[in-house]
Write a protein that binds this ligand. Structure first.
Ligand code: GBH
Length: 499
């Protein structure tokens, strides 16, 4: 009987013992960056320590009843606020080139406003950055990974345009304080989760359900805030600090269900609605045409006076266009996409607005996360789509990884996942896609949002019942270390230098 487990084990026998011919055996270029990632709310803990203000995830995890599995919170999480030195030691042992982490806005500005700056919060990240630099690890900083100061959330969070200037002020403080030591800044992590999750479907903090309206308003403000921060860096800091400012966008790859023109277009529509929603304004200018037209048409049929998708003025289009020095991309999985015969014309939400049907194939290997099936070839296809759609903008893979249930440190499934995805990534370099680094999600098991601690993405395990939050390497940590040392996915003797 064919089973995923046997398949994985069989594959591992072939590939972990380094005799697998199908994997790309070219070395990654010397200047290609390898690293791991975390995010503030998921690892720091210390939610009310040393002057940190409350944020939207504190609020949601402390609410009763809690929407989070097992009522988990990030109150302590991995306690990285106290254990950052140990984290950096681990990164050093692994041999990473860079570490991607995020800054908690309310740890630095407890209310989100600049009237009160929390010096202890500023010191925490200064120490972390210093520790990284001393160990030759490049900090890659996400300015916002979903944790909005609660005082701003109370007044509408990302749906209130007041937040745009406040975000700019917050970013300015970061550039002023840390900018000499930081070369890579990411304004937002996955704005789709903040906006569609936070204010559309309500599956993420602040858990507001405003499908087809709140989610579009949120993105409008996020894009304006992103552009403001890029311009501010460009005008005031770039010359001296010589860094790069980008944004991280997530999408699944959309594979057309057939070669029919209708299915091919449906898959393209999925990518435009998911990725182009952000990338098109930032790189090509304005929302994708297909989004503008479809949402306007549907809004009209639904009796709205104007499109539910807000409109940028020509001036705003120009201001937002060209505001990414690089693109951060998070890839985890793939969906099959087909034309739908039921466009649900009267439903207004982002998903219905796409007018597609999508699913994942049963035969794709499953993981501990119900949304994450393992489809490595989707990674290469996505990379090629990015090149075709956004030309040669430099790409940093800011997340890629897989979950298991934590029952064993022998995480063969993760080794298999990394090996296959990195091989497809190496193929994409051969295809001429301009990718300069890869970041594994995650350095360690952490608070997996609404799933609490039940889905583990770490290459290090964390014992959440030990007061000291003991970290232990999983088997995949060894593999990742090997890859970073050799820049090679297979047995070294089978590796060839890149040309
Ligand atoms: C990333 O999101 C995040 O940047 C990171 O913080 C996170 O830990 C990591 O991936 C792993 O999830 O459970 O069916 O409702 C990836 C996008 C958004 C995908 C939330 C899963 C929940 C789907 N994720 N989504 S479901």
């Amino acid at each position: 009987m064919f089973s995923v487990k046997n398949f994985v084990l069989h594959y591992l026998l072939l590939c972990v013992s380094y005799t697998c011919g199908a994997l790309n055996n070219k070395r990654f270029p010397d200047n290609f960056l390898f690293g791991t990632a975390t995010a503030s709310y998921q690892v720091e803990g210390a939610w009310n320590i040393d002057g940190k203000g409350e944020n939207n995830w504190d609020k949601v995890t402390h609410s009763t009843p809690s929407p989070v599995r097992e009522n988990a919170t990030g109150d302590i999480a991995c306690d990285s606020y106290h254990k950052y030195r140990e984290d950096v030691d681990i990164l050093k042992t692994l041999g990473v080139n860079h570490y991607r982490f995020s800054i908690s806005w309310s740890r630095i500005l407890p209310t989100g406003f600049t009237n009160k700056i929390n010096q202890d919060g500023l010191a925490y990240y200064a120490n972390l950055i210093e520790e990284l630099k001393e160990n030759n690890i490049e900090p890659v900083i996400t300015i916002f990974h979903w944790d909005t100061p609660q005082d701003l959330e109370n007044i509408g969070g990302w749906t209130n345009e007041v937040i745009i200037d406040l975000f700019e002020k917050y970013a300015e403080l970061l550039f002023k304080t840390y900018g000499n030591d930081v070369k890579y800044w990411i304004t937002f992590n996955e704005p789709k989760q903040t906006c569609q999750g936070g204010y559309g479907s309500g599956e993420m903090a602040p858990v507001i359900k405003s499908p087809g309206i709140g989610e579009y308003m949120c993105v409008h403000n996020v894009l304006k805030a992103h552009a403001k921060v890029w311009h501010m860096y460009n005008d005031q800091f770039r010359e001296n600090q010589k860094g790069h400012v980008g944004i991280t966008i997530d999408t699944q790859w959309a594979e057309p269900n057939s070669n029919s023109e209708e299915d091919v277009q449906a898959a393209e529509r999925f990518l435009q609605f998911t990725f182009g929603w952000y990338a098109n304004p930032i790189i090509n200018g304005d929302y994708p045409e297909v989004m503008k037209k479809l949402i306007a048409d549907r809004s009209e049929k639904q009796g709205f006076e104007k499109s539910r998708l807000p409109v940028f003025t020509d001036e705003q289009v120009e201001f937002i266009k060209g505001t990414a020095d690089f693109l951060g991309v998070n890839y985890y999985t793939t969906r099959m996409v087909q034309h739908t015969t039921d466009p649900q014309t009267m439903v207004y939400d982002w998903i219905a607005d796409m007018e597609i049907h999508s699913y994942q194939k049963d035969e794709w290997p499953s993981t501990a996360s119900n949304w994450l099936k393992i489809v490595p070839w989707g990674f290469r296809k996505l990379m090629n789509w990015l090149k075709a759609t956004y030309s040669d903008i430099p790409i940093l893979i800011t997340e890629n990884g897989v979950s298991e249930d934590g029952s064993s440190l022998e995480d063969d499934i993760r080794i298999y996942y990394f090996q296959e995805h990195l091989s497809n990534l190496r193929d994409a370099l051969d295809d001429g896609v301009n990718i300069f680094g890869y970041t594994a999600w995650s350095l360690m098991d952490n608070f997996e949002w609404m799933k609490g601690y039940t889905e583990k993405f770490g290459i290090y395990s964390v014992n959440f019942s030990s007061p000291n939050r003991i970290r232990t390497p999983k088997k995949s940590a060894d593999y990742f270390k090997y890859v970073m040392r050799t820049r090679c996915l297979v047995q070294e003797s089978d590796c060839v230098d890149s040309v």
